[in-house]
Ligand binder design. Structure first.
Ligand SMILES: [Zn+2]
Length: 125
């Protein structure tokens, strides 16, 4: 289960950042190309957080649509399915410009809010 390793990555990053404080909310951005099932990620997150400083923390998942730039016609279009295809010309030779995000956008701690902590953009998580 792909979502479980993502949940563990989020947990690790949040715990490191929280340094012992309780975490009440975690906001993450997940790109479309990650093919994450939000319900599965929620479930996995609650599971891995049990007994940690994140136990009971709310997970807010922002879905980032995928977008690509066509190498043939230069158009930028939203990629909403597989295979990834340029909308205007149907070309398959695309540079992905959005949609592979996987990062913790904000972390709400019991006594402060920390923002923009990136986690492994493009890495194995
Ligand atoms: Zn094109």
């Amino acid at each position: 289960m792909h979502e479980l390793s993502i949940a563990e990555g989020i947990l690790e990053l949040a715990r490191r950042h929280a340094a012992g404080r309780r975490v009440v909310k975690v906001e993450v951005q997940v790109g479309h190309l990650r093919q994450v099932v939000p319900d599965s990620l929620q479930f996995a997150f609650q599971l891995v957080c049990q007994g940690t400083a994140l136990d009971g923390a709310e997970l807010v998942i922002a879905h980032i649509p995928a977008a690509g730039r066509c190498r043939d016609c230069g158009a930028e279009s939203v990629l909403d399915g597989f295979p990834l295809r340029c909308a205007p010309c149907g070309g398959l030779d695309l540079d992905v410009i959005a949609g592979d995000e996987l990062l913790v956008d904000a972390l709400e701690l019991e006594d402060e809010v920390a923002t923009n902590e990136r986690m492994g953009h493009g890495s194995h998580v």
